[in-house]
Design a protein around this ligand. Structure first.
Ligand code: NAG
Ligand code: NAG
Ligand code: NAG
Ligand code: NAG
Ligand code: NAG
Length: 436
């Protein structure tokens, strides 16, 4: 729906990216004085801009015109073109909101082969063959809700990329390694919601700082080789079909700030080595099959601001006190039915979404019905099942227990009703048949 809105409000734009400001600025006069000057002169651009700096390569100008990009004003800014003479060349191009009649031809792309950065945003156009000169020059390639029929082989030809970002465009490929194995300079890769299948690669470029493969269909385990990435800061594999245990050597990722593995089927304990990651800010392991006790060292992680361990199978006593939890921006622990909190350390008002512990450290299980009027146990239950307030808590407990208690009878009644009405129908039918 969003795509159709965008394609109907079609226009084709050249947006000027600020990717190489310092490099270009040093080659010209100081930027603070040049930039406003260019802006004020822009009503009569062709003559004035030629007088201050060389114009764009005529072939590239024609290519832009072919793409319906307005060229009455100099499309170059200090950041989008180089400063070669006699003609400048485009370095960075961003195509937004293309219409369906826009076509990229090999001729156009050939003349744009000086580009180092190419971005498609809401450009629903079929991909075509990219000339090898352009493929080799690109350092940054982005496609967001744009290129259709992307393949791993197509992307793998951009072997000089440092940044690859694809979002919302399905990629036909047997595994991520097909895309990345030749990219020796790759630093950041995002393949979000791209229908990726297959296993995670075994070989990783040690320069990688950012890996986001979230919302795909990747399967298999997290390879231990991943933990060799000393520079990795962001790792997001959330919403895939990953299984197996977390690698014990996960703590070797000493630069890591964000670890998101939520919504997979990862089991086993949280490895103790995670305590070796000094700067971890964001730890999201929610909605997996993780078990064991929650390690106490997590409360010693000074930078931690986001901690999601919800919907797992942790057991034992929650090892966090109130002041640790209050210092987090986000803390989620509900949906761990064998986990409980120590009521002399955490209060009911914190609405942790887990049950309080008895004196043996076992959860005090909420009784099946909510009719108990004893004030203490009702309060405890509210805290035990709640996420955000006493009433919500009671709802949660009811939901949890009601799945089995309530729906069972409902289904039986429904079945009996259907059977009865079927029998009545058959009887009426037989009677009518008999009468006829
Ligand atoms: C592209 O279209 C969207 C939605 O119609 C609009 O909000 C956005 O400003 C457009 N972008 C450009 C660069 O025109
Ligand atoms: C691209 O990579 C090739 C080798 O794969 C190298 O020879 C070439 O200089 C690189 N080009 C750029 C612009 O980085
Ligand atoms: C990881 O990916 C999920 C799904 O795309 C997203 O919601 C989440 O914000 C990402 N996490 C981080 C820390 O970027
Ligand atoms: C809470 O736990 C943290 C980390 O374990 C500890 O440093 C702090 O002293 C504790 N605070 C209280 C009030 O017990
Ligand atoms: C709860 O905390 C108190 C005070 O720290 C401690 O004495 C008690 O053993 C704890 N109970 C459980 C079940 O861990």
């Amino acid at each position: 729906m969003r795509a159709s809105i965008i394609t109907t409000t079609t226009s084709f734009f050249l947006l000027l990216l600020l990717l190489y400001p310092t490099a270009i600025a040093t080659a010209t006069t100081p930027p603070p004085s040049t930039k406003p000057a260019v802006a004020t002169e822009s009503p009569s651009p062709p003559s004035t801009s030629t007088s201050t700096s060389p114009t764009l390569d005529p072939n590239q100008l024609r290519a832009l015109q072919f793409l319906h990009i307005p060229t009455t004003q100099d499309p170059c800014t200090p950041s989008t073109c180089d400063t070669t003479v006699p003609f400048r060349h485009l370095l960075s191009l961003r195509l937004t909101n293309c219409s369906s009649d826009h076509r990229l031809s090999t001729t156009i792309l050939s003349s744009l082969s000086t580009l180092t950065s190419l971005t498609f945003l809401n450009c629903h156009i079929p991909i075509i063959h990219f000339p090898s000169s352009l493929s080799a020059n690109l350092h940054s390639f982005t496609s967001i809700n744009s290129l259709q029929r992307l393949t791993g082989v197509f992307l793998s030809r951009f072997h000089n990329l440092t940044h690859l970002y694809i979002s919302g465009d399905p990629i036909k490929v047997s595994g991520v390694h097909v895309i990345t194995s030749k990219m020796k300079s790759l630093k950041t890769i995002t393949l979000f919601n791209t229908h990726l299948i297959g296993y995670l690669p075994k070989d990783w470029n040690p320069k990688l700082t950012h890996i986001d493969f979230s919302k795909n269909k990747l399967k298999g385990t997290i390879p231990t080789s991943l933990t060799l990435l000393k520079n990795l800061q962001v790792l997001n594999f959330s919403s895939n079909n990953l299984i197996g245990a977390l690698p014990n050597s996960l703590g070797a990722l000493t630069s890591l700030k964000t670890l998101s593995l939520s919504s997979n089927s990862i089991h086993g304990p949280i490895p103790g080595s995670i305590s070796d990651i000094p700067g971890l800010v964001h730890l999201d392991l929610g909605s997996n099959q993780l078990n064991g006790v929650i390690p106490e060292f997590i409360s010693e992680m000074k930078e931690l601001k986001y901690l999601n361990l919800e919907n797992n199978k942790f057991h034992g006593v929650l090892p966090f006190n109130a002041s640790f939890i209050k210092n987090l921006d986000v803390f989620k622990i509900n949906g761990n039915y064998d986990l409980c909190y120590n009521s002399s350390v955490n209060s009911v008002e914190m609405n942790l979404g887990i049950a309080p512990c008895d004196k043996h450290g076992m959860p005090i299980l909420p009784p099946p019905s909510e009719t108990d009027t004893s004030s203490y146990s009702v309060d405890d239950l509210g805290g035990g099942g709640g996420e955000s307030g006493g009433n919500d808590g009671d709802d949660d407990v009811e939901k949890k227990n009601g799945v089995h208690v309530n729906r069972g009878p409902n289904k039986v009644i429904l079945g009996v009703a259907i059977a009865l009405s079927a029998m009545v129908f058959i009887v009426i039918f037989l009677v009518l048949l008999f009468v006829c």
